[in-house]
Design a protein around this ligand. Sequence first.
Ligand SMILES: Nc1ncnc2c1ncn2[C@@H]1O[C@H](COP(=O)(O)OP(=O)(O)OP(=O)(O)O)[C@@H](O)[C@H]1O
Ligand SMILES: [Mg+2]
Length: 284
Amino acid sequence: MSRPAAPMSNTEAPLREGSQVPALLSLDGVSRHFGGLKVLQDVNLEVPQGGVFGLIGPNGAGKTTVFNLTTGLLPTTGGTIRFEGRDIAGQKPHQITRNGIARTFQNIRIFKEMSLVENVMVGMHAKLRYGGLGLLASTGLFRSEEKRARDRARELLSWVKLDHKGDDVADNLSYGDQRKLELARALATDPKLLLLDEPVAGMNSTEKTDLMVEIRNISARGYTIFMIEHDMRFVMGLCEHIAVLNFGRIIARGGPDEIRNDPQVIEAYLGREEDEASNEEVAR
Ligand SMILES: Nc1ncnc2c1ncn2[C@@H]1O[C@H](COP(=O)(O)OP(=O)(O)OP(=O)(O)O)[C@@H](O)[C@H]1O
Ligand SMILES: [Mg+2]
């Protein structure tokens, strides 16, 4: 399962301003239309290697669509998305996963009747090959591979403090723990870039604080994290870089302080953060 080596001097890879390091992920003039609806327009984004990058914006701004384009679930209408300097156009979701991008979903997608360990193992097989388990079971390698996979699954579960529940059925988990299980499963594909779509949605404040520490630790292990989140305390506490999307366009980029004080961001989003109804109004 060898990954193509990262291009060290790829002239196509855009350099970040003031930096000699190519962005891990870059969106260049990306648009996506659904019929007459221009959900994303001329989006330019550069997610640097390492750290936690945040994407915020009102409901319906187009944030999840950015993830759907980046993971190959949807094609772009225009523009270019590069991962490690390579254009991902035309790649199927499983190829993109194999090349090093994993994600969690805004609406949790886990196998409720399976154990936590098994759920994470499914993530590993998504990386190994299509149809994973069945194919693996038919080879003599099954036992040792399975033991290795189980051990790794437990290790990943420990990163989100769920290892003690490894043999429980996923359906018994609280909503917050189901989100953490999704995160562990995404890590099972051994990604370079981890996309998290609203990781703390539905969590109580203790769960949020715990997850903040866990994500910080995951980031410290060398995974680059690109996160969509509405919870401003969480975003401001975790992200070194933040981009703000409004009506399908990036209206601001910067560190937490720049974003917090940007008049356009306050007008479009932060000023109305307390009031979901107003946010929806803005998004219409
Ligand atoms: N497959 C699709 N077909 C048609 N319209 C779509 C599709 N996916 C998204 N949209 C529309 O694109 C717009 C942006 O949706 P998206 O899910 O990207 O927003 P979002 O910023 O993630 O919002 P939220 O914060 O509510 O999750 C919405 O108006 C949505 O209805
Ligand atoms: Mg969304």
